[in-house]
Ligand binder design. Structure first.
Ligand SMILES: [Cu+2]
Length: 298
């Protein structure tokens, strides 16, 4: 059998072997990788990066496997190793292919940097929006507490709305969250909004997203935080604006009725942090983070 025939055979063989995997990958991509439905304004940017990465990796994988199989079959025992002084054409081609793949990598990197700066870490823009909803979150083993400032716009006052594992937000408004933990590290995970942020004792972290679809969505803890970690889930309900306003007014009035100024543990909120962190702000944040509810430092 001639070399060319064997090479052809090798390529055909590797293509056949890869066919089921490539077909499966195609189906998975078509189905959106099995990701949960995206209910946010900017989640598609994350999905786009994931899909693009998968396609590039798929192409690279196919090339590498075909190459290795071909090399194994052609360069058998009888093949003598060759030493080339010049740069053969094949090697130039190889360098060109690798170059294209490196470019793809760079494109992914730049795109994610821009998305991070313009959108996901652009807290100033979210904070300046007129209809922004600010929520303070206190994570502890094994539940999520939420605090809304209420009509006075200030946290830790009598009209604060305080809920347990129950988050409600209006449709189409940016939701800005500052979060901390009273005990161990937790992670506030909203898969349907493509955001996740660690809740750390002694620190106030933040995240933001804009919910676009009404409905109920799960919040999970994405950091193994103890024996009941699996139970640490909450619900985020996206309501039409009017329904949200009605709920907020009612919840705030209820909270005001139950407010007890002497119940220090219940007032775990903090003064809302400036969206632009000032140098040396960290110790202040730590100072204001809530203390653990069992009396120990968080
Ligand atoms: Cu947790």
């Amino acid at each position: 059998m001639t070399k060319a025939k064997r090479a052809l055979q090798a390529v055909a063989l590797s293509a056949l072997t890869l066919l089921p995997a490539v077909a499966r990958a195609g189906v998975v991509v078509a189905q959106g990788l099995g990701l949960p439905p995206d209910a946010s304004q900017d989640g598609h940017k994350i999905d786009g990066l994931i899909h693009e990465t998968l396609i590039f990796i798929g192409i690279m994988f196919a090339i590498m496997v075909a190459w290795m199989v071909t090399a194994c079959l052609i360069h058998g025992r009888k093949h003598r190793a060759e030493y080339a002084h010049t740069t053969p054409r094949g090697q130039k081609l190889l360098v060109a292919i690798v170059g294209v793949l490196v470019l793809a990598d760079a494109e992914l990197y730049l795109k994610s940097l821009f998305d991070m700066n313009d959108t996901f870490w652009n807290f100033e823009a979210a904070d300046q929006a007129k209809d922004v909803v600010r929520i303070e979150v206190n994570a502890h083993q094994w539940a999520w507490q939420a605090r809304y400032a209420g009509p006075d716009g200030r946290f830790n006052t009598a009209d604060d709305i305080v809920t347990l594992n129950d988050f409600r937000v209006p449709q189409g408004a940016p939701v800005l969250i500052q979060l901390t933990s009273t005990d161990v590290i937790h992670s506030f995970y909203l898969p349907n909004f493509r955001v996740k942020q660690d809740a750390m004792p002694g620190m106030v972290n933040r995240l933001w997203f804009k919910p676009m679809e009404t409905g109920e969505y799960e919040i999970g803890c994405a950091q193994h935080c103890g024996v009941n970690h699996y139970k640490m889930r909450a619900l985020l309900t996206v309501l039409p604006k009017e329904a949200y306003d009605r709920w907020a007014a009612e919840a705030s009035a209820n909270s005001a009725r139950g407010f007890d100024a002497d119940d220090v543990v219940a007032h775990w909120g903090w003064d809302w942090k400036d969206p632009k962190p000032v140098e040396g702000d960290v110790p202040r944040a730590a100072e204001q983070a809530p203390k653990s509810q069992n009396g120990k430092e968080g």
